[in-house]
Design a protein around this ligand. Sequence first.
Ligand SMILES: [Fe+2]
Ligand SMILES: [Fe+2]
Length: 474
Amino acid sequence: MNIDYDQKIPNNVDLASDKTLQRALERWQPEFLNWWREMGPEGANQYDVYLRTATSVDQAGWAQFGYVKMPDYRWGIFLNPAETERKIGFGAHRGESVWQEVPGEYRSNLRRIIVTQGDTEPASVEQQRHLGLTCPSMYDLRNLFQVNVEEGRHLWAMVYLLHRYFGRDGREEAEALLGRRSGDADNPRILGAFNERTPDWLSFFMFTFFTDRDGKFQLSALTESAFDPLARTTRFMLTEEGHHMFVGRNGIRRIIDRTAEVMIREKTDDPARLRALGVIDLPTIQRYLNFHSSVTVDLFGSDLSSNAATFYTTGIKGRYREDRIADDHVLKDASYPILEVGNDEIVGRDAPALNALNERLRDDFIADSIAGVDAWNSSLQKRGVDFRLTVPHKAFNRRIGPLAAAKFSPQGRMVRAAEWDAHVREWLPTAEDREFVQSLMGRVAEPGKFANWIAPPAAGINGQPIECEYVRFS
Ligand SMILES: [Fe+2]
Ligand SMILES: [Fe+2]
């Protein structure tokens, strides 16, 4: 079904047929726009930005490109089409028809999941709101804005579900989503990583590589949900999430390419010399990687969780690619390996698979991250640079779960406090690292120009040349 753009709120859910819901969302819309003006990309509301807007969920319509001022972006409500006779794929209700309404007994858990997902969307816009002021190119500025408007749309996706299916509590939660602020001492966003600052573009690319990938895995688990509107909504969100990870993957690769080029030309791997030449040395990139990977790994929650077991058994949240897993999809007697802190090392043990579902999703995420980092390493190898980037062991720098009880090196070796203190400057970004990276962040915003520390992309957006005027400032 195409989106009706004549309506105030573009949608493919036949909003016009439900006047009460339509009015409620039309009351929320100006509050959303106020939030966008206050917390969206700083100083950018008047720019004409070459953005992709979805006008339908099919191949032809989901990626329409054109110049838009961001506050005029057509944030809409899109669900993937319903599959006929879709059945629940896991848990106690396996084989039954999916739900088109929320079962009363699962209402509070479903609401909690939707609110937690919804909260991350505006949070990331808030975290990224100053980055436009220090963009390394007009191409990157446009990509940042694309990510930002789509996170705004993801908020709409969750708010639609809250308004449509959760009555008054849903409306209150939708308002609260505009009230919390990333990093605010009194009213912070729900999850830790979404209260961290995104102070520079190296952090931004790491965030989109790791933390948007967390989004991919959470959303994938929700596409399995027995609550069909949630499954259909998250399926469409995933197509947009792909672009966010592309931004991270390619952003870091371009930084690495530039650094490698200078390393080869100057025949040096000395960080101080490379910094003097205005590029980011690879050990600094590794420390940023360690930080963002570990903070994101925590987002999956505690290794053993009775909530996760309940979500699965009741059918509201599945596993990553549930349909490709060859088991009984009930997991009553199954086990899954988890890690614990032993005397001087990590010890593995088998835990009930139902309770270990967070850990399983975390492991799926880590495998996917490693594949992405390997692609960067082949780029280094091709250029004749010996350095290899690595994803830190999942025990490294944890704040959540049993592994948080001890200190581990990035390789997963347990270390005493003294050893941690002696090495932490090699493992996590230091104040000097952050200061150095910050010092590179000047604004480069002429078409086709790029900051010295990052290579141009291989291609422009939507077949446009790299030197296209992706953002018109006046
Ligand atoms: Fe998102
Ligand atoms: Fe995202």
